[in-house]
Design a protein around this ligand. Structure first.
Ligand code: NAD
Length: 263
């Protein structure tokens, strides 16, 4: 189905929610997991499990070195992120629920962003010996720039300034539980949605993928923009099989004239 049908749905939406995955950020140069160029073709992200992070100071030091190096030339929002921010500002979207950890929706200007899997841009104390995938920190949390300043000061594995616990970005690693309240926050946004727009997600990761499925079953129209097929294509009102940036930019640019035409 076409981008025109997507523009029609968006033109009518007043509280749409974008549900995004790694595919919305590939055009910013960040690889996804499952497509042909994805990370799983090169390395197994499960190597970066919560259990291993807690157990190995060497792995934490390597993780901080990598994050610091990446931040020297950070990725920028692309046309897709910017279009979603414009759609929110124009009153068609109420916000974004994202599986991404890159912080690019916020940087693009989206005001309401629920980050289901946390963010590389924030760090938090996870305690001294957290077990069973649950952080047990003292409540310390800061921008990732706090950690970068500690690295520049010579600490290879910055520790919590309040309690000495292990510090980690708020990203949810394999074997780590979601942060408390985040699923409820996403559900509350989706419960008020009059459209769910999936962008760049294989809809293969649970419990995240259950959110658009639940909304669709409750009668909310579903639109999907994804480069490859997804398990929800058959129940979507509109399914655009293409790279997200160009499609979303074109659709967003076309909306004001559509509103005038239907007025
Ligand atoms: P996924 O890798 O399972 O699926 C990505 C989907 O996006 C694929 O179906 C692919 O065909 C599609 N895609 C790729 N480029 C596209 C483009 N330009 N336009 C439209 N579609 C495109 O990703 P997922 O569903 O988000 O699940 C993977 C998990 O990996 C999530 O939990 C996420 O937190 C994490 N992750 C995040 C990032 C990030 O923050 N940018 C990057 C990699 C993985």
């Amino acid at each position: 189905m076409s981008a025109d049908a997507l523009a029609d749905l968006l033109a009518d939406a007043r509280a749409g929610v974008a549900f995004t995955g790694a595919g919305v950020s590939t055009e910013s140069g960040i690889p996804d997991f499952r497509s042909s160029e994805g990370l799983w073709t090169r390395e197994d992200p499960r190597d970066l499990s919560f259990r291993r992070y807690v157990a190995s100071a060497a792995l934490r030091e390597e993780a901080w070195r990598r994050r610091y190096a990446l931040w020297q030339d950070p990725p920028r929002p692309n046309l897709g992120h910017l279009a979603l921010a414009d759609l929110e500002a124009a009153g068609h979207l109420a916000g974004v629920v994202t599986q991404n950890v890159d912080g690019l929706h916020g940087e693009a200007g989206s005001a309401t962003v629920v980050e289901l899997h946390g963010s590389t841009r924030r760090v938090a104390c996870i305690g001294d010996a957290p077990r069973a995938g649950t952080p047990q920190g003292c409540g310390f949390s800061a921008s990732h720039t706090w950690a970068f300043a500690r690295l520049e000061a010579g600490e290879a594995d910055p520790r919590c300034p309040d309690c000495g616990g292990i510090v980690k970005t708020t990203t949810v690693s394999f074997g780590q539980n979601l942060w408390p309240g985040v699923l409820e926050e996403a559900t509350a946004l989706l419960d008020r949605a009059d459209l769910v727009l999936v962008v760049g997600s294989s809809l293969a990761v649970e419990p995240a993928a259950s959110l658009p499925r639940r909304a669709q079953r409750a009668g909310v129209p579903l639109a999907i923009v994804n480069a490859e097929p997804t398990p929800l294509d058959d129940v979507a009102e509109v399914c655009v099989r293409a790279r997200a940036g160009g499609v979303l930019a074109d659709v967003t640019a076309a909306l004001p004239s559509r509103r005038q035409a239907s007025a």
